[in-house]
Design a binder for this molecule. Structure first.
Ligand code: TYD
Length: 144
């Protein structure tokens, strides 16, 4: 599958008024395709740090820089794209089995991550070669 058909860049509505901005993200197909089971956020990573560097066999993610900016490199084993998260209304949806690196964090970056599953270390693939091998196996099965 082409990489553009795998990740999605979403723009959430701003329900704000004169009191300020309000952005709502509801799960289960309302605003994002999955039911939200886990929330975490990353901040205080300096611009030299590269986070992520893994793929997930099962979990779907939605990333939002609610403050500041960062970059996400999304890779499906064949092609890769760099997406800059630079506004609180922008969400990046990532399906399972894409490799991601997060980097270039601004000093004020707060990267909010919504996930479709609870944390389970065994569904993380942290070795790129292993990731490629698993992808090849999945593609082999799909063609059987
Ligand atoms: P890690 O996967 O390295 O974070 P990132 O994806 O930002 O590079 O996670 C760092 C540590 O935190 C690691 O020991 C696993 C743990 N962790 C949890 O326990 N639960 C979670 O939901 C996450 C994302 C990480």
């Amino acid at each position: 599958m082409k990489l553009e058909e795998q990740y999605k860049i979403l723009e959430f509505k701003d329900l704000g008024d004169q009191r300020g901005n309000l952005v709502v993200i509801e799960g289960d197909g309302a605003d994002i395709p999955f039911d939200i089971r886990r929330v975490f956020y990353i901040y205080g990573s300096d611009s030299e740090v590269v986070r992520g560097q893994h793929a997930n066999r099962e979990t779907e993610f939605l990333l939002v820089n609610v403050s500041g900016t960062s970059k996400v490199k999304v890779d499906n084993g064949k092609e890769s794209r760099v997406i800059e998260l630079n506004r609180p209304r922008m969400g990046l949806y990532l399906p399972p089995m894409v490799w991601k690196d997060m980097y270039d964090f601004s000093p004020d970056s707060v990267l909010l991550v919504l996930a479709s599953r609870h944390y389970d270390a065994s569904e993380y693939i942290r070795d790129y070669q292993e990731y490629r091998t698993e992808l090849a196996k999945m593609e082999g099965k799909a063609h059987e």
